[in-house]
Design a protein around this ligand. Structure first.
Ligand SMILES: NC(=O)c1ccc[n+]([C@@H]2O[C@H](COP(=O)([O-])OP(=O)(O)OC[C@H]3O[C@@H](n4cnc5c(N)ncnc54)[C@H](O)[C@@H]3O)[C@@H](O)[C@H]2O)c1
Length: 247
């Protein structure tokens, strides 16, 4: 019970790594808010967590919409009186937009992957500070460190920005007891709506541990940073990539 009684928002928790984090956090005692724009899937994840005997609730959230973020914060404070953890996990791949190399595609990728992290972090940090502190975990990528031929430039740019923004936020909000860290997954199961998730064999061959990541590999790292075990950890990067970035 590493998160006993803590109130945690996980964005993009209707699918993929966010869903795994929601299930793990709830099993560790947290009250999890499954926040996603996909209502049916998000409701189903929250219901399945509850049916396992844990605490979860779905809240519809488009992470690019400041008004929806404010509504989410108000609802959580009204119900729980505080917010302890935010995982900014929601994201889109470059290939999930129509024109990833054009200006519209750039704006969409930056809005979902980067501006959302600014909105969530700044709004949550203010409220966590008022409650004595908290932990924010922002999901970047190995593509936030280096370029590649498999990722679109806008995706790399968005994930690199999440990395350095989180360091600045750690410095800004540290005195108020709010920790901010990043997690950098490597090659994982393909993202929803991604059209370039088929190069599985190449990705495995390029990874020293010779497999793709599994969602639980990342969830355990996020759990550590979210928990009080990481009480003196802020402004840092946790790479979970089977050794890819070490090469
Ligand atoms: N899959 C990978 O290979 C990989 C590798 C490194 C980093 N990442 C990052 O990890 C995070 C999770 O990736 P995943 O593979 O689990 O993705 P996924 O596509 O399986 O799930 C992403 C979730 O985010 C939600 N989402 C997307 N846009 C949203 C919006 N505007 N508002 C609210 N919710 C929204 C989706 O509905 C979905 O439930 C992302 O930030 C991604 O960039 C993924």
């Amino acid at each position: 019970m590493r998160l006993q009684g803590k109130v945690a928002i996980i964005t993009g928790a209707a699918h993929g790594m966010g869903e795994a984090e929601a299930r793990l956090f709830a099993a560790e005692g947290a009250h999890v808010i499954v926040a996603d724009r996909l209502e049916a899937k998000g409701e189903a994840v929250a219901a399945s967590i509850r049916s396992a005997g844990f605490h979860a609730k779905f809240q519809k959230l488009d992470v690019t919409d400041e008004g929806e973020w404010l509504g989410l914060m108000d609802a959580i404070l009204a119900e729980h009186g505080r917010l302890d953890i935010l995982v900014n996990n929601a994201g889109i791949s470059g290939s999930s937009v129509g024109d990833p190399e054009g200006l519209d595609g750039w704006h969409r990728i930056i809005a979902v992957n980067q501006t959302s992290v600014f909105l969530g972090t700044s709004l949550a940090a203010e409220r966590m500070a008022a409650g004595g502190g908290g932990s924010i975990v922002n999901i970047s990528s190995i593509m936030g460190f280096v370029g590649s031929t498999s990722g679109h430039p806008a995706y790399h740019a968005s994930k690199g920005a999440v990395r350095i923004y989180s360091k600045a936020a750690a410095v800004r909000y540290g005195p108020a007891g709010v920790r901010v860290n990043t997690v950098h997954p490597g090659y994982m199961p393909a993202m929803l709506n991604s059209t370039n998730g088929n190069e599985r064999a190449d990705k495995i061959a390029a990874t020293p541990l010779r497999r793709l990541g599994e969602v639980i590999d990342v969830a355990y790292g996020v759990l550590f940073l979210a928990s009080d075990e990481a009480a003196f950890v802020t402004g840092t990067e946790l790479v979970i990539d089977g050794g890819w970035i070490a090469q």
